[in-house]
Design a protein around this ligand. Structure first.
Ligand SMILES: *[C@@H]1O[C@H](CO)[C@@H](O)[C@H](O)[C@H]1NC(C)=O
Ligand SMILES: *[C@@H]1O[C@H](CO)[C@@H](O)[C@H](O)[C@H]1NC(C)=O
Ligand SMILES: *[C@@H]1O[C@H](CO)[C@@H](O)[C@H](O)[C@H]1NC(C)=O
Ligand SMILES: *[C@@H]1O[C@H](CO)[C@@H](O)[C@H](O)[C@H]1NC(C)=O
Ligand SMILES: *[C@@H]1O[C@H](CO)[C@@H](O)[C@H](O)[C@H]1NC(C)=O
Ligand SMILES: *[C@@H]1O[C@H](CO)[C@@H](O)[C@H](O)[C@H]1NC(C)=O
Ligand SMILES: *[C@@H]1O[C@H](CO)[C@@H](O)[C@H](O)[C@H]1NC(C)=O
Ligand SMILES: *[C@@H]1O[C@H](CO)[C@@H](O)[C@H](O)[C@H]1NC(C)=O
Ligand SMILES: *[C@@H]1O[C@H](CO)[C@@H](O)[C@H](O)[C@H]1NC(C)=O
Ligand SMILES: *[C@@H]1O[C@H](CO)[C@@H](O)[C@H](O)[C@H]1NC(C)=O
Ligand SMILES: *[C@@H]1O[C@H](CO)[C@@H](O)[C@H](O)[C@H]1NC(C)=O
Ligand SMILES: *[C@@H]1O[C@H](CO)[C@@H](O)[C@H](O)[C@H]1NC(C)=O
Ligand SMILES: [Cu+2]
Length: 576
């Protein structure tokens, strides 16, 4: 869909901002209103119909379209029996932590019959992000694109595309996903895997009973298209490719990157990437398959199927007749465990780092942290037999703390000064015991648990190394940080070496994003400036690992100036 028509899809109401007292003739954005009615909808895929939770009955959900600088007011009304909350994934939420969305972190859930207006401004970001439910596994069906256009009269740092097309990957389950995760947490075993991957909600022709549900991208020859790729899948990183076409990566997680060309790309859950597709100069007498399938490193079972869509050229205008039986070219994708490809691809991502879009990498570091991330086990309830490793329950942790969800929101508890009994402010800054993180796993795989946050004074410059562990098998974990982008200054395999590895850090043009794949059996180093007061969730974006506890929160304290403080909670903030 073209940029122009994107704007027409939604009614965009404008209010005039009277910034009394601020005195600056600074250009302010529009206010854009959306309404999300959370309701059940029957949806059929793969010959299975199920009643599922949706926004406005749409699957995937509606697009949010805004310009950099705009304020968004999104009223979410819950008409279903489930509790709900919505996260605006990747939005910085400067001073607006109440609008971030993760349930029991920044808000209590919106309960049946209740509503809540998410109120935030898009500051200093442009590109593609997405929104999704942030409670239990409801994001399986509750997700949609966020498209942030540059400010008026500001061009892209690449050729203006002829058209722009969101491509959102998802995972389809014939069964109810809430039943699946509840069953897994009960038995302690791995959850059932999905039945299909989807492109814009459609599984495509490689699945049974699905060829009518195929995403088709119809293009004209000799044009450029901006594909806004989003991985909204629950549990799987994906490789993506279009047969006989290369793609130019221009943006990642709503930050411009140095453009580079590739046949195939890797996108983890939680990541978004804009790519430019240049179509062939003349009608090619062929159609082209685009497809995605997982990159999987863990020992668990996973959905190893392939989603496909079709890139179709419009006939040249002279030709009136339909051309049947055009050859269909298929892309070749890397092997499901191709870590070499994953490593090479991610190494190519660099910040654009231009004068207009500088890479503001923190050069000094106030605090260094080292977190192990990975799986582990927890004990089975007394009379139960559990289906996790060796009769235990699967669990997951950061620095051996498996996060226990509180019953009220951390942000509220902090703001009201009532953290006692809700959370501990002593999240471990390093593993309590050293072990060979990527060597032979220790005999004791049991994790500890707790609701702990790591407290940061305002404007702390943080360096965080995240180290995968081989406990229950090395595995790539896409770690997502709320409220910030981080710069990925280094990564490697084996155990992080604090003496030698920092010598190779890129402090010039590292890629800036909100989600990074911690390499399987390796580590990644990121830097960010804690300039956003609030409670900020950080978790693996493989939903199953989040369910098992691979999550924690940072508490960033207020600064001294008025614009460095968390604002008062909105009057309609849900209670629990
Ligand atoms: C879904 O289908 C069921 C069974 O056919 C029907 O009872 C229900 O009303 C439908 N729900 C919606 C929202 O259409
Ligand atoms: C949204 O938030 C801004 C900043 O806090 C506030 O001035 C405005 O009144 C809020 N709007 C609504 C509709 O709540
Ligand atoms: C998960 O899969 C198993 C085996 O196919 C099946 O028995 C079970 O009912 C499934 N669970 C859910 C919640 O669908
Ligand atoms: C697809 O359908 C064929 C023929 O009906 C059947 O043999 C096969 O098991 C089905 N595959 C899946 C994944 O359901
Ligand atoms: C996917 O997994 C199934 C079951 O483990 C296996 O039979 C099949 O060969 C795998 N397919 C691919 C493409 O790896
Ligand atoms: C990847 O999978 C292939 C086929 O299953 C296997 O032969 C190979 O050893 C695997 N490679 C790695 C690095 O695990
Ligand atoms: C475990 O089973 C025993 C015997 O069946 C029963 O007496 C006891 O109450 C059970 N304990 C729990 C925690 O369910
Ligand atoms: C399984 O549990 C038994 C008993 O606690 C223990 O001796 C054994 O080492 C465990 N095996 C593994 C693979 O963890
Ligand atoms: C950690 O384990 C790996 C793999 O077994 C081994 O190659 C490496 O030497 C070990 N490192 C240390 C510091 O013991
Ligand atoms: C782990 O278990 C093995 C086999 O039971 C034993 O030989 C080894 O000493 C144990 N290692 C540690 C660190 O306890
Ligand atoms: C936390 O760990 C303790 C000790 O293993 C266990 O009894 C408890 O059930 C755990 N709590 C949660 C919520 O997992
Ligand atoms: C919904 O959230 C409220 C507040 O946290 C909680 O008391 C209630 O049990 C939840 N309901 C469901 C169905 O999860
Ligand atoms: Cu993970």
């Amino acid at each position: 869909m073209a940029t122009k028509s994107l704007g027409v899809v939604f009614s965009l109401m404008t209010t005039f901002c009277l910034l009394l007292g601020l005195g600056q003739a600074k250009e302010t954005g529009k206010t854009r209103h959306y309404r999300f009615d959370i309701k059940l909808q029957n949806v059929t895929r793969l010959c299975h119909t199920k009643s599922m939770v949706t926004v406005n009955g749409q699957f995937p959900g509606p697009r949010i379209v805004a310009r950099e600088g705009d304020r968004l007011l999104i009223k979410v009304v819950n008409h279903v029996q489930n509790n709900i909350s919505i996260h605006w994934h990747g939005i910085r939420q400067l001073q607006s932590g109440w609008a971030d969305g993760p349930a029991y972190i920044t808000q209590c859930p919106i309960q049946t019959g209740q509503s809540y207006v998410y109120n935030f401004t898009v500051v200093g970001q442009r590109g593609t992000l997405f929104w999704h439910a942030h409670i239990s596994w409801l994001r399986a069906t509750v997700y949609g694109p966020i498209i942030i256009l540059p400010k008026n009269n500001v061009a892209y740092p690449f050729t203006k595309p002829y058209k722009e097309v969101p491509i959102i990957f998802g995972e389809w389950f014939n069964a109810d996903t809430e039943a699946i995760i509840n069953q897994a947490l009960q038995t302690g075993g791995g959850p059932n895997v999905s039945d299909a991957y989807t492109i814009n909600g459609l599984p495509g022709p490689l699945y049974n009973c699905s060829s009518k549900d195929t995403f088709k991208l119809r293009v004209k020859p000799g044009k450029t298209y901006l594909l806004r790729l989003i991985n909204a899948a629950l549990n799987d990183e994906l490789f993506f490719s279009i047969a006989n076409h290369s793609l130019t990566v221009v943006e990642a997680d709503a930050v411009y990157v140095k453009p580079f060309e590739t046949q195939t790309l890797l996108i983890t859950p939680g990541q978004t990437t804009n790519v430019v597709l240049k179509t062939k100069p003349f009608f090619p007498n062929a159609a082209f398959m685009m497809s995605a399938r997982p990159y999987a490193t863990g020992l668990g079972t996973f959905d190893n199927s392939t989603v496909a869509g079709i890139l179709d050229y419009e006939l040249p205008s002279e030709s009136k007749s339909t051309i049947h039986n055009l050859p269909l070219f298929k892309p070749s994708l890397p092997a499901l465990n191709d870590t070499t490809f994953a490593t090479r691809f991610t190494a190519r991502l660099r910040s654009l780092g231009s004068e207009q879009y500088p890479a503001n990498v923190p050069q000094r570091v106030d605090k260094r942290f080292f977190f192990t991330v990975g799986l582990g086990t927890s004990p089975c309830d007394q009379n139960q037999t559990c289906q996790g490793p060796n009769g235990t329950k699967f669990s997951a942790s950061i620095n051996n703390v498996s996060f226990v969800q509180p019953t009220t929101s951390l942000l509220q508890a902090h703001f009201l000064g009532r953290s006692n009994g809700v959370y501990s402010p002593y999240f471990p800054t390093n593993p309590i015991h050293w072990f060979n993180y990527t060597g032979t796993p220790p005999n004791n795989t049991m994790v500890s648990n707790g609701t702990k946050v790591l407290v940061l004074p305002f404007n702390t410059s943080v360096e965080l190394v995240m180290q995968d562990t081989s406990i229950l098998g090395a595995e790539s974990h896409p770690l997502h940080l709320h409220g910030f982008n981080f710069f990925i200054v280094g990564q490697g395999f084996g155990n992080f070496d604090p003496k030698n590895d920092p010598k190779n850090f890129n402090l010039v043009d590292p890629v800036e994003r909100n989600t990074v794949g911690v390499p399987s059996g390796g580590w990644v180093a990121v830097r960010f400036l804690a300039d956003n007061p609030g409670v900020w969730f950080m978790h693996c974006h493989l939903e199953v690992h989040t369910s098992w506890g691979l999550k924690m929160a940072w508490l960033v304290l207020d600064g001294k100036l008025p614009n460095q403080k968390l604002l008062l909670p909105p009057a309609d903030l849900p209670k629990c």
